[in-house]
Design a protein around this ligand. Structure first.
Ligand SMILES: [Zn+2]
Length: 256
């Protein structure tokens, strides 16, 4: 996590670029430049900026709502697989967790909602020509709406580490408490991971297999983190002098 380059602040939140992310940008833009020329290389760079601009705005949605609710936001890091907003101890109050979790996908939906009418007005002819097979009529505005909708949809899948997993946990926690809600949400995550694997394995969709493994692993991690926190808290209540640094751990909001 710490192989990242600090690049300043956006709306008061520190932003960092992971070195693997920078490496990927340089390699892909460089390959496009060597093989396809400066025009395509510029287009690849532009797509990167637009895609990761959307990821950054998604993470800022989480970060700004969290900060508003009193959570200390440490920073946002962009990685090749998405973004991570690190915050101190995610709140366990269900309403707060829902608000923070939903803020990210809501940003993507808002971006797409603004882009679709803009694309219809500005790019109707370009879109038609592009769909008919003319690569020069690249409909950039319409294209940017697609990953934003995909990002919102993927992140609302009710499994960890996606935002939907947090929403599900918050709903379940409201009834049976945080630890129990987490365990139930992790069970749902595992069922979904198993379903992903069942669909993916026979068709050889290895990316989906990787997602299934990741979802299974992330659910286990979340359960362990919440369990450890509950045990620590019980110990802190029992022996306060032995655990002076209550709440000192950084919670992490991963991916999405
Ligand atoms: Zn998110």
């Amino acid at each position: 996590m710490d192989w990242a380059l600090p690049v300043g602040r956006v709306l008061g939140v520190r932003l960092r670029l992971h070195y693997l992310f920078l490496f990927l940008v340089v390699v892909l833009v460089g390959m496009a430049l060597v093989r396809r020329g400066p025009g395509i290389a510029a287009l690849v760079l532009l797509l990167f900026l637009v895609l990761f601009g959307s990821v950054l705005l998604h993470e800022l949605g989480h970060a700004l709502v969290a900060r508003r609710l009193g959570v200390v936001v440490r920073d946002i890091t962009l990685l090749p697989i998405g973004g991570v907003a690190r915050m101190e101890e995610m709140p366990e109050r269900p309403l707060h967790e829902v608000l923070i979790a939903v803020a990210g996908p809501a940003v993507n939906v808002a971006i797409a909602a603004a882009l679709v009418p803009a694309a219809v007005v500005l790019e109707a002819a370009r879109l038609e020509a592009w769909l008919a097979g003319d690569p020069r009529s690249f409909p950039l505005v319409a294209i940017v709406a697609v990953p934003n909708l995909a990002m919102a949809a993927f992140n609302l899948v009710p499994a960890f580490p996606m935002d939907g997993g947090r929403v599900l946990r918050a709903v379940l926690s409201a009834r049976g408490g945080y630890l129990r809600g987490t365990r139930q949400a992790v069970r749902v995550s595992r069922v979904l991971a198993a379903l992903f694997a069942l669909v993916a394995l026979p068709t050889g969709e290895w990316l989906l297999v990787a997602v299934a493994l990741f979802v299974w692993w992330a659910g286990s991690q979340e359960e362990r983190t919440v369990q450890v926190r509950a045990i620590r808290r019980a110990l802190e209540v029992a022996t306060p002098l032995a655990y002076p640094a209550a709440g000192g751990r950084w919670g992490q909001h991963l991916l999405n």
